[in-house]
Write a new protein. Structure first.
Ligand code: FRU
Length: 579
């Protein structure tokens, strides 16, 4: 399987498609008008454009790998499809192109475009090509955080490990750098630090968008040969024949509200390179319109599969022996934590604590978090195989991270060393679509190992960078102490700065003068209740991880963390405690 960079490195001639006669197509609502044009370009290339009732068909007579689509981000979406495939929503250029995205033709000779004005610049700007340039064009592209080569990304999905590879799937729009057309993008890594992006693993289809979900390594029992008909599926142990079982939410914009979101099953027998979808979704909810983001786990107590799914303002547990037929088991969460809020992207796992263990439920919440917009909340407690019982009162709110840019955090399944490792999406729904990059938008936070600890009788979850990050520490990590009443400033020669201060039992991070402020919601001071989480101390240990446009702060070995984006015009290299 080629990785995406290899694929786009294929060199070839680039041919312009001219909008021959397209501007002439007016008032075509009823009658079919066919315009045929012959274009002499670098050796007799030919195409035709046919238009009918607002749908234009570009008929290509040359075999090329891509049709390059010109995007203008502030324009509305129109619909584009290859051959008779699924319609994708694309912000095609009306006046001029901000950038291009590649539409894979896969041998097809026909592309349809619906809803685009005859006068749109796109008709002059489409290009047929055998290559797509993915060379980085962005100043703010991170050096060691995962970003897609191009296109939009949000939540991490389906993270798992098989045969020496960590898999990171993610919410991905390959047709523009704003949210839309949800696919599962895909990247693999041997060390959680260096990622190779592959082609999208699961594409939006006629059932709907491929929303967030999870994966688990599974295997067939003896005597069974097909994961979609087997009477039982077992958790895999990494031996030959194991496959990736994935669950995602099919989100349909056109279904009636109660069926807008349903859970779908797919398997990959070739390490995530290709997927076989079961087809129609297999689990529908109880009629709520928000029912999504299934997380699979192996339920040891029941000796069968478990799934936790967000259902509006609660989390629901289901059980299955074959990963196709699910029984409702229980629900948790109504009235718990920050209120009243939409639950999303659950996770559910055990962490060791002292001589025992604690169950942790991650509940990503949007909107309305303490610093505005989206954030990752969690609950700790016990689980008897059927129901989760929280060990804190309903009104207790625990955040996994105290910054503004830590969302949709979920963990890897089947991690070979038994670690619980999460990756957050490093953004916030309040402004994610407006961040100052164009070739791609959004990045993942660094992988973090989660651990449970107790402070003053309460159980908390901390997170520290995975050990694999350590080789990068000399270049990207800064360590210091902050005294109660003290401050630390990260700045540059232009006077842009991020101010970290400690007083009244809190550690604050002020990014209001850190450079570009892409939205008023970005102009924030976030804080950690450090005395509550780490105890009252004369000073606290700080560990900063810096990249082009992010600061990840870990306090006291990760008992508290704070993840914030920053867009300084020049790198922040000056560490001082004076204004
Ligand atoms: C969270 C989320 C999920 C959903 C996905 C859609 O960020 O809203 O609940 O599956 O994004 O892209």
């Amino acid at each position: 399987m080629k990785n995406i960079v290899e694929k786009f490195a294929i060199k070839g001639e680039v041919m312009d498609i001219k909008p021959l006669g397209h501007g002439l197509i007016n008032g075509t609502k009823k009658s079919l008008m066919i315009l045929m044009a012959t274009l002499m370009l670098s050796g007799c290339q030919q195409y035709k454009v046919e238009s009918e009732a607002g749908v234009s068909t570009v008929l290509l007579s040359r075999d090329k790998i891509f049709l390059l689509l010109p995007i203008q981000e502030d324009r509305g979406e129109v619909q584009v499809r290859v051959a008779d495939g699924t319609w994708m929503d694309v912000r095609l250029a009306v006046d001029s192109a901000d950038y291009y995205v590649p539409l894979s033709l896969d041998g097809a000779k026909k592309v349809e475009i619906a809803g685009l004005a005859d006068s749109a610049a796109t008709w002059k700007l489409l290009k047929l090509s055998d290559s797509f340039d993915t060379t980085n064009k962005e100043y703010y592209r991170p050096e060691y955080h995962f970003t897609p080569t191009y296109g939009w990304m949000n939540d991490p999905n389906g993270m798992t490990y098989l045969d020496g590879e960590y898999h990171l799937f993610f919410q991905y729009n390959p047709y523009g750098s704003k949210w839309g057309n949800m696919h599962w993008g895909h990247a693999v890594s041997e060390d959680l630090v260096h990622w190779t992006q592959l082609e999208p693993a699961i594409a939006r289809d006629d059932y709907g968008h491929i929303f967030s979900g999870s994966s688990y390594i599974a295997r067939l029992p003896q005597g069974e040969s097909d994961p979609f008909t087997a009477s039982r599926l077992l958790p895999g142990d990494g031996t030959e024949g194991d496959f990736i079982a994935s669950y995602y939410t099919t989100h349909s914009n056109t279904a009636e509200p109660g069926l807008r979101e349903q859970q779908s099953f797919a398997v990959s027998l070739d390490h995530g390179r290709t997927y076989r979808k079961y087809g129609a979704p297999v689990l529908r909810g109880d009629g709520r319109s928000d029912f999504r983001d299934p997380k699979l786990f192996w339920n040891e107590q029941r000796d069968e599969w478990g799934m936790i799914v967000s259902a509006d303002n609660e989390m629901q547990f289901y059980a299955s022996s074959n990963l196709r037929e699910w029984k409702y088991v229980s629900a948790f969460g109504d009235g718990y934590g920050v209120q009243p809020r939409q639950f999303e992207c659950p996770d559910f796992f055990k962490l060791p604590l002292g001589d025992g263990e604690k169950w942790v439920m991650i509940v990503n919440v949007n909107p309305g978090c303490w610093f505005g917009g989206s954030a990752s909340q969690y609950f700790t407690g016990s689980f008897d195989g059927d129901s989760f019982v929280c060990d804190s009162p309903k009104e207790t709110v625990k955040w996994l991270d105290w910054g503004k840019d830590h969302y949709a955090a979920v963990t890897f399944s089947c991690e070979p060393k038994g670690r619980v490792i999460s990756i957050p999406w490093m953004s916030n729904w309040q402004y994610a679509n407006d961040l100052p990059t164009r070739q791609y938008r959004s990045q993942m936070g660094m992988p973090r190992e989660l651990f449970a600890f107790q402070q003053d009788g309460s159980t908390y979850v901390g997170q520290r960078p995975v050990a694999e990050m350590l080789p990068l520490a000399s270049e990207h990590r800064l360590e210091c102490e902050i005294a109660d009443g003290g401050r630390v400033i990260l700045g540059n020669t232009l006077g842009e700065k991020v101010v970290i201060s400690c007083h009244d039992g809190r550690i604050y991070m002020d990014r209001t003068k850190s450079g570009i402020i892409p939205s008023p919601d970005f102009e924030t001071v976030t804080w950690i209740p450090v005395a509550q989480l780490c105890g009252v101390k004369p000073s606290y240990q700080l560990e900063f991880w810096l990249d082009k446009c992010s600061i990840e702060l870990f306090v006291e070995g990760g008992k508290a963390s704070m993840t914030n984006l920053v867009y300084p015009s020049e790198t922040l290299t000056i560490l001082t405690n004076e204004e």
